[in-house]
Each structure stands twice: as structure tokens, then as C-alpha cells.
Design a protein. Structure first.
Length: 282
């Protein structure tokens, strides 16, 4: 990407981090029309829209060298800069991986069930977590799930303060893979379900089902063993796997998410958590 002209110097306390203009050939948002500044910053991967609004309100954003205004329209040609305070604040944001147990909901408490975030306490930190990050109650502020996991499912759940992570995992158009191990039953069969289950129904699970009148994206579905399927999805509709299985005569008896993107659940014990390592990327 081409560096824009150097703007006038700013005081040391307000030193800015320059964000180069996006390549208009590779960025679908770069069509020459204007969009709101917070949306543009999110499209560039700088932060979430909410975070952008916070930075603008604090005076940490400049457009073409001038202080930004809330709701300001910008074009792909405009130069956006953020103050080092914003960069520092972003570095302090945490992303936490938790092995959610059955009986906890992903987000807000509901029907008497607690959200998984209540497990994010020092005593539940995995002893093999080698992050140098120190626990602090401020890490719970704004910590929210980036994706859902059913109350009766276990496995990898991402909780983050970082809007960039949330947008990558659950933003519009996200294509990040999620991998699940799914134990199933089929009719009265109790032995070798893999042999009893029709191959054409397995193919329907891979491509050919709809939920709520909308065709599902193609999925990777294969037998992990005679009683367990492996699902790899690129979307996350509510109770999607259970509803998919119902359509082909399968009943889910256990569901565990083991991977999101390039990040694996690994040996993280149920009910414990760790920080996303600095080298890990979804």
C-alpha cells in the first residue's frame, strides 16, 4: 500500500500511528464512495466500530491531519491516524479461551443458567497457560463471547475484549472454520452407526440442507469413529449441528468444539481457561 504524505507533527503525548490508505483494488469497500468513519476503521481492521467511536470521542483519531468528528464521512483516499494511546489501550485487551462445560450459556445469563464468563477467575486459569499476562478484574470489562456454544455442548469458546477478534470470528462474511466432534445415535442401532447410516444422507449433511428456509454453506462431515462424526463449518446458526442431524434421522448425544480457525482446544481441561498466546492467530 502507498504511504500518504507526512502530516504536520503532533505533540509527543499525542504522537500518531499512521494507517496507510487501503489498496482500492483489493478492498471491496474501497469504491470511491464515502462511509462513516467508524465503519471505515473497522473495515481496515483497526478496531471495532464501538471502539472507533470511543477513540473519536477521546480525540485519538485524526483524518487528513485534523481531529475526527463522530459520524464523519470518509473516502478511501482519506488518511486516518490514531494516537499511540489508542494503540496502547488495544494492546491491553485480552482474548481468553475457555473449555465451556455443559450447563453454562455463552452470553447473557438466561433461565437460571450462568454465563461461561463467570468461570474466568484466577483459580480456574489452566496451570499450563504460559502467558505472561497477569490476571486483573479489569479484564472482565467488556469481555464478550465471539460466537455461541449451546448450553448442552462443551468445548472451545472465545471470550474477547478485542473488537478485531470478534469481527474476524463473527463479523459479516466471516469464513473462519469451526470444528466439532459429534456423538450421535441412529434409530435403534447401537453398534457401528457408520455402517448403518446411508451414505447419501451423509452427503446431504455436507451439502444440501437448509435451515429456516436458507440453504446452508457446504460443510465437511465425516466419520471420526463408528459412533462419532466430525463437522467442520464456516457458519454458526443457532443449534445448527443438532438441527442438521435431525433432518437426516440422527440424534446428537454429545457435542464438543475442538477448533476455531488455527486455534485448537488441545488439552485445556473442562471449566478452565487460558489466554490466547501472542503467536496464535485464528
Amino acid at each position: 500500500m502507498t504511504q500518504p504524505p507526512v502530516p504536520p507533527k503532533t505533540p509527543a503525548s499525542q504522537a500518531a500511528v499512521r494507517i496507510p490508505r487501503a489498496d482500492t483494488a483489493s478492498n471491496p469497500a474501497s469504491t470511491g464512495s464515502t462511509v462513516r468513519l467508524n465503519k471505515r476503521m473497522a473495515e481496515l481492521g483497526m478496531c471495532s466500530r464501538r471502539e472507533a467511536d470511543d477513540w473519536i470521542e477521546r480525540g485519538w483519531v485524526r483524518v487528513n491531519g485534523k481531529p475526527a468528528e463522530m459520524g464523519q464521512p470518509v473516502s478511501p483516499a482519506d488518511r486516518i491516524e490514531v494516537a499511540q494511546q489508542a494503540e496502547h489501550q488495544q494492546r491491553q485487551q485480552v482474548t481468553i479461551l475457555i473449555n465451556k462445560p455443559v450447563g453454562y450459556v455463552s452470553g447473557q445469563a438466561e433461565d437460571g443458567h450462568e454465563p461461561a464468563v463467570v468461570l474466568v477467575q484466577p483459580q480456574n486459569r489452566w496451570r499450563e497457560c504460559n502467558s505472561r499476562m497477569r490476571w486483573g478484574h479489569e479484564q472482565l470489562r467488556g469481555l464478550a463471547p465471539a460466537g455461541r456454544l449451546d448450553i448442552d455442548s462443551i468445548g472451545l469458546l472465545v471470550l474477547t475484549q478485542d473488537g478485531r477478534v470478534a469481527r474476524q470470528l463473527i463479523g459479516e462474511g466471516s469464513e473462519v472454520e469451526k470444528e466439532y466432534l459429534v456423538r450421535v445415535s441412529y434409530g435403534t442401532e447401537t453398534v457401528n452407526l457408520q455402517a448403518a447410516f446411508p451414505p447419501e444422507q451423509l452427503q446431504r449433511l455436507c451439502n444440501g440442507l437448509s435451515l429456516d428456509g436458507v440453504a446452508l454453506k457446504p460443510a465437511q462431515v465425516s466419520w471420526q469413529n463408528p459412533e462419532q462424526l466430525r463437522f467442520v463449518l464456516r457458519e454458526g446458526k443457532k443449534r445448527q449441528i443438532r438441527r442438521m442431524c435431525e433432518q437426516v434421522g440422527l440424534f446428537v448425544t454429545g457435542l464438543k468444539r475442538v477448533r476455531i480457525g488455527h486455534v485448537n482446544l488441545g488439552h485445556l481441561p473442562v471449566g478452565q481457561w487460558r489466554y490466547l498466546a501472542s503467536h496464535e492467530r485464528f
